[in-house]
Design a protein around this ligand. Structure first.
Ligand code: G3P
Ligand code: MG
Length: 247
């Protein structure tokens, strides 16, 4: 089993600083988190950038999907206004900038592949190019709700660590499917919505030597986190770690 930390900063620390920005990642590290999760997708000119949503609308002063714009345009959008409700100099960072920052500040990264739909291959290839041409030597792993992106990633970078994210089970994907897929593609972990998790699931996944991470819509309390860790969960994505004791 891979050694993941008990807490991973979610989009930096998204409740305390604008998500998926340099500022937010730096704050996560300052608060004692050694790993940070970021959402990555490409611009029109295939530059991997940090953005969670399909569109620019919620977290930036732009509108539309990032794939419609070159990074030269995107970098001039304000990615802090939505959080502070006033004009800021905070911009959408590129993955490349984040790798430089993370190398400097000793931050390990969970890169979530959030491709523009239909551009999964371009997304993965662009991310691999950035990683290969960077001097990033910290730990990292990839995750995604999109199996296709992870499969492409594994094909192109077989030694990389990958984990499938699951929001809900349905007729298309059961717990057994998740385990079988993870084994088939040599993934090392599974990430679940907190609402899905119970002892039985944890036991089953652990029997297959997979790490388990948990994400949630709302920040988890220390009590909730303790319960999850005692069940055997490895890592929790945290929006605000203030109440937690961190080294
Ligand atoms: O990877 C965990 C978490 O980031 C998945 O959900 O929507 O916040 O990217 P989301
Ligand atoms: Mg994410």
């Amino acid at each position: 089993m891979y050694n993941l930390p008990k807490l991973i900063g979610h989009r930096g620390v998204r409740n305390l600083s604008p998500e998926n920005t340099i500022e937010s990642i730096k704050l996560a590290k300052k608060m004692g988190l050694s790993w940070v999760e970021i959402d990555v997708k490409v611009s029109k000119d295939l530059i991997p950038i940090l953005l969670h949503d399909d569109s620019l609308d919620r977290t930036t002063t732009g509108q539309g999907i990032p794939l419609e714009f070159n990074y030269k345009y995107l970098k001039n959008l304000d990615a802090g206004f939505f959080f502070y409700n006033k004009k800021t100099n905070i911009c959408i960072p590129t993955l490349s900038e984040v790798l430089i920052l993370s190398e400097f500040y000793n931050i390990n990264l969970n890169i979530e592949l959030k491709p523009n739909i239909g551009f999964e291959k371009e997304n993965v290839n662009a991310i691999i190019n950035v990683l290969k041409t960077s001097n990033f030597n910290k730990k990292y792993y990839f995750s995604s709700f999109d199996l296709n992106s992870l499969v492409i990633m594994k094909e192109n970078l077989p030694s990389c660590r990958c984990g499938l994210l699951i929001d809900k089970f349905n007729k298309d994907i059961s717990l057994n499917d998740v385990i079988n897929i993870s084994k088939k593609y040599n993934f090392f972990c599974c990430g679940f919505n907190k609402n899905l998790i119970n002892y039985e699931i944890v036991k089953k996944i652990k029997n297959h030597n997979l790490n388990i991470t948990i994400f949630s819509e709302e920040n988890l309390s220390v009590n909730e986190a303790n319960k999850l860790w005692s069940m055997g969960i490895d890592s929790i994505f945290i929006d605000d770690p203030t109440e937690f004791q961190l080294d």
